[in-house]
Design a protein around this ligand. Structure first.
Ligand SMILES: NC(=O)c1ccc[n+]([C@@H]2O[C@H](COP(=O)([O-])OP(=O)(O)OC[C@H]3O[C@@H](n4cnc5c(N)ncnc54)[C@H](OP(=O)(O)O)[C@@H]3O)[C@@H](O)[C@H]2O)c1
Length: 292
């Protein structure tokens, strides 16, 4: 359903065989889903490309009010047109979520437009893969990932909590890597994703007492433009953004707390038990073949 035209390389035979096993296509009870959300206002950040775009298209036939946020206005408008053509209502807000003032203005505009989201899909995200030795003059890598992946959703949540009181849902698009052993090169990204993950886990018991539920989705690799710059990812199995959108739809419908790929427990358990072994392998690997 993507309207992007982003250049994503064709998938290899290995990917074709492994992907349905590793990421079986999720099925969604659309009738139930659409009945549940038809009168809702749903805020989706990062709705211009990738997972957010697919989600907007999947939710569109429900007729819910979709508040679409990202920086690329023309692209957001195109997604909004698709949503409307599928029977949905779309409202476009083009802004840079890294800019605290823009977020404040957006939240005020939302109020003035009479839009009160009871469902917030925190999806906008930025990833950076860079060796710490190549980051020595790049403090901004760490501030901008924290700004987008941590401070922006916290700012939005602080504003929405009173709106959501007694009935709300927050869906956090996290990364499986947050639950695994830290990986070299991903310090800026993983620290910022982990920060919001921890924030949400910390406030969840309080929020639940006011009927605001949260779900965290720990996605593996998803084939979007986000993984494009990492050449080594081109040939390894990845989930499709359509499937990722169906996972989110199921989280909206069933309100489970955590969603992981079925095989992730093997990595999580072995990571905990064999931590010293993994760490020794990683540091040996870094000495043998330094991160480039
Ligand atoms: N792809 C993966 O392998 C993977 C794996 C695990 C988790 N995730 C998570 O999935 C989420 C969606 O990523 P994706 O794979 O769909 O990547 P994507 O295709 O690059 O989409 C990212 C979205 O975030 C928006 N965005 C980026 N910077 C922004 C900013 N400063 N202000 C406002 N919006 C901004 C982008 O729109 P504009 O550029 O128009 O602003 C775009 O709509 C992210 O949170 C990511 O961390 C992805």
């Amino acid at each position: 359903m993507s309207t992007s035209g982003t250049l994503i390389p064709p998938i290899t035979l290995k990917q074709k065989i492994l992907e349905p096993i590793l990421f079986p296509p999720a099925s969604v009870n659309k009738e139930k889903l659409y009945r549940k959300i038809q009168d809702e206002t749903i805020l989706i950040t990062g709705a211009s490309f990738g997972i957010g775009e697919e989600l907007a298209c999947l939710l569109a036939p429900s007729g819910a009010q979709l508040v679409l946020v990202a920086r690329t206005k023309e692209k957001l408008e195109r997604v909004a047109e698709t949503v409307r053509s599928l029977g949905g209502k779309a409202h476009v807000f083009a802004l840079d979520l890294c800019d605290e003032m823009s977020v404040r203005v957006f939240l005020e505009d939302l109020r003035h437009a009479g839009l009160q989201p009871h469902i917030f899909v925190n999806n906008a995200g930025k990833s950076i893969r860079r060796s710490v030795f190549k980051s020595l003059d790049r403090h901004h890598d760490f501030t901008r990932t924290m700004q987008l992946n941590y401070f922006a959703p916290v700012q939005i949540m602080l504003d929405l909590i009173p709106v959501m009181a007694q009935r709300g849902q927050i869906i956090n698009i996290s990364s499986l890597a947050v639950a695994l052993l830290p990986a070299p090169g991903w310090a800026a990204y993983l620290a910022s994703k982990a920060a919001f993950d921890q924030w949400l886990r910390s406030v969840s018991p309080e929020l639940e007492s006011k009927n605001i539920n949260s779900s965290s989705l720990y996605f593996p690799l998803v084939r979007t433009r986000m993984i494009e710059p990492t050449r080594s990812y081109r040939n390894i199995p990845a989930m499709s953004p359509e499937n990722a959108a169906r996972w989110i739809a199921n989280a909206i419908l069933h309100e489970g707390k955590r969603y992981y790929p079925w095989w992730s427990w093997i990595l999580i358990v072995s990571g905990n038990i064999l931590r010293p072994v993994w760490e020794a392998i990683l540091s040996f690997q870094m000495k043998r073949k330094p991160f480039r």
